[in-house]
Design a protein around this ligand. Structure first.
Ligand code: ADP
Length: 394
């Protein structure tokens, strides 16, 4: 009986020792020790290894849980073995409910499934960009990799990376380059044409020559405005910008800006009321806030009608100040309102150009106000006028 038990113990301990070795558990086989001690040592090593595996497992879980990429693991039958919270969010699924289910049952997306089938068929990684329409409209970079177990594919991992914002930024950037090139090309073509006409003989025709030179001057002014606005914008967008904060009185600043528009205001017979009370002080970058007023008042003047009006007023609530610039001008169609602060967005391009606009004024305003932790907004009714406002912490 005792002999039989010893035999069993020997077998178990040999089994454990083998496990220790094949499982890469460090430990020396000590032939000199008795069977019980060897068994005890082997148990200790296995327990240590289990603990280590658990630690590694929870570390891997923590990494998976914190990843911004979605990760799905499938077995050889395309059943879901695990997935991380990002996948739950992207596809609106609950990991507890879908674990063990076939991929298509849990995530009914044929494009993704095609990628997975490709991995199982070719036994190699597949990488592809995918546009998802449902449950969210987004663009993903999908990398699917086979899992090998002794040269055989035993499953597949799929990593889904949301690249929607990156693609959007790329589009914005390339649109911007196209817009800038277009804006530069129009005045340059015109300047080139008139200079050529002058060289070819128009210079002798005094009357026309002056007119052509005036047109050239207008276009160079436009180029100048455009380059200045572009420089301002790129400076405001750069991360190095430092606001030069100082305390200044709001009404005084607005009066000063209005003074600069005196000629245009008189020309269009506009009635302008600065209703901002005296004695309101702001702590902000004065030069930049002045630029905000220049751009907003410039628009209120440009897009106004003869005998129209402009009102400026403010309101203080909870340590924040709202400044409104209200005009009785053309107004902005509802469909254009959501895009009005975008670079180069203009309701009527030709009219804006004619009035010397660059289409960058409002995006400069938005940038400056947001740099001050403020917000901008607009209300408008086509044909009745517009109200542009910004809110700044005092
Ligand atoms: P710009 O004035 O140089 O054209 P902005 O960025 O300042 O560019 O304005 C963008 C567009 O928004 C203008 O072209 C115009 O269509 C519209 N807009 C801005 N302010 C007003 C306003 N007060 N009234 C009517 N339309 C406006």
């Amino acid at each position: 009986m005792f002999f039989a038990s010893r035999k069993k113990i020997k077998k178990i301990s040999e089994g454990l020792e083998k496990l220790v070795q094949t499982g890469n558990i460090s430990g020396e086989k000590d032939k000199s020790r008795d069977q019980i001690s060897r068994l005890e040592a082997a148990f200790g090593q296995v327990a240590g290894r289990i603990e280590q595996l658990e630690k590694e497992n929870s570390q891997a879980r923590a990494i998976l849980n914190s990843m911004i990429e979605g990760v799905i693991a499938l077995d050889r039958e395309s059943r879901i073995t695990s997935l991380n919270p990002t996948v739950e969010k992207i596809f609106g699924i609950d990991s507890k409910r879908v674990k063990g289910k076939f991929f298509l049952e849990a995530i009914p997306n044929n494009d993704l499934y095609e990628i997975i089938s490709g991995v199982f068929k070719k036994k190699e990684a597949v990488s592809r960009e995918l546009s998802l329409v449902w449950p969210v409209q987004r663009i993903f970079q999908v990398n699917a990799t086979p899992i090998f177990d002794r040269q055989k594919v035993s499953g597949c991992t799929i990593v889904v990376h949301d690249i929607t914002e990156m693609r959007k930024l790329e589009t914005i950037r390339s649109d911007f380059v196209v817009n800038v090139s277009h804006e530069l090309k129009t005045p340059l073509t015109s300047i080139k044409g008139f200079v050529e006409t002058l060289i070819e003989g128009a210079l002798e025709d005094k009357e026309n020559a002056k007119h052509f030179l005036q047109i050239i001057q207008e276009h160079t002014d436009r180029l100048n405005n455009l380059v200045n606005d572009l420089l301002d914008l790129s400076y405001l967008e750069s991360k190095v910008i430092q606001l030069q904060r100082q305390t200044f009185e709001l009404k005084g600043l607005v009066d000063k800006v209005l003074g600069g528009f005196w000629v245009q205001i008189r020309k269009s017979f506009l009635v302008v009321n600065n209703e901002i009370p005296t004695g309101i002080f702001l702590e902000a970058d004065q030069a930049k806030i002045e630029q905000v007023f220049v751009n907003l008042i410039d628009n209120a003047v440009k897009f106004n009608r003869d005998n129209g009006s402009i009102r400026l007023y403010s309101q203080e609530v909870d340590g924040k100040i709202t400044v409104t610039i209200e005009d009785s001008g053309l107004g902005i169609p509802v469909k254009d309102l959501p895009r009005i602060f975008e670079r180069f967005y203009r309701v009527d391009k030709a009219r804006s150009r004619e009035l010397g606009g660059t289409g960058l004024g409002l995006s400069i305003v938005k940038h400056i106000i947001e740099l001050h932790q403020g917000t901008v907004g607009v209300e408008s009714a086509e044909g009745f006028g517009s109200k542009f406002w910004f809110i700044l912490p005092k």
